[in-house]
Design a protein around this ligand. Structure first.
Ligand SMILES: C[S@@+](CC[C@H](N)C(=O)[O-])C[C@H]1O[C@@H](n2cnc3c(N)ncnc32)[C@H](O)[C@@H]1O
Length: 274
């Protein structure tokens, strides 16, 4: 096993397999149909709250780690006037995000590049703020990713992380690769996320729960999955029958876990000491 933090059985998948699988799933149009344009619970309202906790302003340079197709980065640049650099493992998502930034007339201060969160291609202390939405749970080596967040942030800079939080044991059906990609199998308790950040040198400022936002996202995805057979028949959704069945099962189990308080969503505000 390549990464010490990896939580799956040793023969399940390597860290690189998981990253490639995650990138492939989230670059697929089906992810956008099921999850919406912002690929995280809480949508842009929660992104705006994270932007405020980061203290963004016109002079700030923000790094959005695992930026997907750029919805949050573009929104934050428009809302706060800051510069934003986004990185994502998926080259296709990066291309799409750069196209969107250009269409919005933001190419001079919003740009995206392909990179692994565990090996950021930037010098030390390059950024004023770091954002990571609904993706830390996907990184096989969380210790390494957190240490990269701290390395590229300037002293006194702020971090905002939001993610799926696991608050108890999960059913075995939620402990497999597709559930990992759905941000569930390697979700950790909020205290664990805080532990990774503290070990990387961050001071934790605040942690807030947004469990209802995860419930709403899962409910919405389940409704769309119910109609997926029709969408597939109309050629509007490209999904293999096996994947559709697995997605329905994972969504149903996830809903149960949310109802029973085993899964939720949390946001953490942290700072690198000055
Ligand atoms: C749930 S989506 C969240 C996207 C975006 N942050 C948002 O909230 O809309 C997870 C994203 O993490 C990216 N990703 C997964 N593993 C990664 C890694 N090791 N490095 C960089 N990006 C990664 C995927 O390609 C995907 O775009």
């Amino acid at each position: 096993m390549a990464n010490a933090d990896l939580n799956l059985p040793a023969d399940a998948a390597s860290g690189d397999d998981i990253k490639s699988c995650c990138a492939a799933v989230y670059e697929h149009a089906a992810a956008r149909i099921l999850l919406g344009d912002t690929l995280h619970p809480g949508g842009l309202a929660l992104t705006e709250a994270l932007g405020k906790s980061l203290g963004l302003h016109e002079g700030s340079h923000l790094l959005d780690i695992a930026s997907g197709t750029g919805a949050s980065a573009i929104f934050l640049a428009q809302r706060f006037g800051c510069r934003v650099t986004g990185v994502d493992y998926s080259a296709q998502s990066v291309d799409e995000a750069n196209g969107r930034a250009a269409n919005e007339g933001l190419a001079d201060r919003v740009g995206f590049r392909q990179a692994d969160a565990e090996r950021l291609p930037f010098p030390d202390q390059r950024f004023d703020a770091v954002l990571c939405e609904c993706a830390f749970c996907l990184f096989p080596d969380k210790t390494q990713a957190a240490s990269e967040f701290a390395r590229v942030l300037r002293p006194g800079g702020r971090l905002a992380l939001s993610d799926v939080a696991r608050d108890g044991p999960l059913p075995p059906s939620l402990d497999q690769l597709m559930a990992w990609v759905a941000c569930i199998a390697d979700a950790r308790p909020v205290e664990d996320y805080e532990g990774y950040l503290r070990a990387a040198g961050f001071d934790i400022r605040d942690a807030t729960r947004h469990d209802e936002a995860l419930g709403a996202l899962v409910d919405n995805a389940r409704l769309k999955l119910l109609g997926a057979d029709v969408l597939i028949g109309l050629g509007k959704l490209d999904m293999a029958p096996g994947d559709l069945a697995a997605a329905k099962e994972i969504a149903a189990e996830a809903r149960q876990a949310i109802t029973h308080g085993q899964l939720g969503y949390a946001a953490i505000a942290a700072a690198k000491p000055a």
